[in-house]
Design a protein around this ligand. Sequence first.
Ligand code: XCC
Ligand code: SF4
Length: 623
Amino acid sequence: MLTPDKQISITSDGIKLLKKAKEDNIETVWDRHDAQQPQCGFCEMGLSCRICIMGPCRIDPFGEGPQTGVCGADADIIVARNLCRMIAAGAAAHSDHGRDLVEVLEAISEGKAPGYKIRDEAKLKLLAGEYGVETKDRDALSIAGDLAHSMMEDYGMRRKKVNLVSRAPIQRQKVWEKVGITPRGIDRETSEMMHRTHMGVDNNWQSLLLQGLRNALSDGWGGSMIATEVSDILFGVPSPKPTMVNAGVLKEDQVNIVVHGHNPVVSEMISLACQSPELLEKAKKLGANGINIAGVCCTGNELLMRRGIQMAGNHLMTELILSTGAVDMMIVDYQCIMPSIGKVASSYHTRMISTSDKAKFPGMEHHEFHPDNAQKKAMTIVEMAIENFANRKELFIPVKPQEAVGGFSVETIINALGGTADPLIDAIKQGKIRGAVGIVGCNNPKITHDYGHVTLTRRLIENDILVVDTGCVSVANAKAGFKVPSAIEMAGPGLKEICGALGIPPVLHLGSCVDNVRILVLVSALANALGVDISDLPVAGSAPEWYSEKAVTIGVYCVASGITTHLGPMPPVTGSKNIVELLTSGLDDVVGATFKVEPDPEKAALLIRHHIEKKRAGLGLDA
Ligand code: XCC
Ligand code: SF4
């Protein structure tokens, strides 16, 4: 168990619920992290390899023991292969999520997905245009079918480049061509990455890492971008909406359903079922004043972006939320769902439901959702949640909810600016806004929960840097109160003036983790408007508390796209001086951006500000 003085979270709901969980004898992620100490130093440095069964092998970082694995791979090769396999796994996860959406799009066009529909025809036609699908005099469904098929080809090996790569500024596309990292096919790059890292294939650490960049780009400008765009077509382009965040969004007098995971395909259907008059009636009959749906992690972000649905918490809150005793049902799809939560729920009345054929969990009931049965299934599942309301015991809802605004798509940001990016560019030119930073990614029990996100965000906005956020950061920042228009009081004078005039908060919620592609689209628009490459812009990325393979892939596609990116936790690469060198400085010559690693968010804010000022000088601003 944790020592009582170790601060696990800066959030009051987190601290209070952890105390409650302890009283209830619940084991949490922090306990398990403690039990793992000390963690393996070889693995932390990326110096262990178990790719084949001549091993497992380890390299001695002190130079006294073995310097190669059984096959002869040295530290550079082993570290590169390990990192590249993380990239491949992250790209696979996002891109498979995208694939599921493309399959729903196809099923809709064939009339095989009752309840789903094309909600945004304008976006459908825009994408169809980009994919060369004929739209004139054609109905939405047949366009959707052709678009789905064309996107499916992006996944394969019939193209020379992934289609949406052409959204990048031309200068950036040329960089990729010159370096030879233009992604050709989404699955192709992941598959080739796994091939190259098999024993005895690519044993040059530089060429391995270049394929790592191409693989990550196939996610950022491919799989993730498709995931976001098709979600917009099916569920609507997000626009700003008021919402509420933290554990206080759970309601004592209503049936509480929490959705967890990433793909909106299931959670959207659940949210519709929660509005069904028939089920609301049933809830009333059983003594509940309504059906309350809330999200955790990214599927929650998807619902928040499009429907203003409230968020109960982020990654490290997913176990704690259950210890409120107020969750009647948790419904999960995939990614970032700790295998522990079924066991946590067994101490309460909460029913746990898994829904994806590719993601099953201990202690959960499996109810598989497919496009053809999702509408019906959602009704059945929500009805089960209602019936479970009567089984509640003691509740502990520790805080009042915090207000926030979410739902900023690139489209609505441009709208808020009056139709063009010019006002933002003018503000940057005048120095009222120094630059912009995308803060993204996870929580990690190695870092005090939400401390990295909130501290970095605070320091940046008070120095007139606009912050956009996604994923688990967005919940942290909303809980900290950065996402109400009055939060401009925490911003520097220039940012305060601009955001005040536009009536927007200084921190804009751009969505889930696949929605990091909205950042790519936004910086491309800024670069094009200024006639420069993305790497020339006074912008940066940051993942202060990242943990997942997906986060590695996001970081790599940001850097490969020209966005210098800060990481809080060190990735497992320190076993290779060459690779650390390349990632933190050498890449500048290759793609015009690098990684910066700094666990302390106060110091990270300084690093990022320094970078932004350097880029401003490069553009001749403030000269
Ligand atoms: Fe997962 Fe997306 Fe990370 Fe949060 S930010 S812990 S990846 S839920 Ni995506
Ligand atoms: Fe060891 Fe080489 Fe096999 Fe890795 S691939 S486990 S280093 S023999």
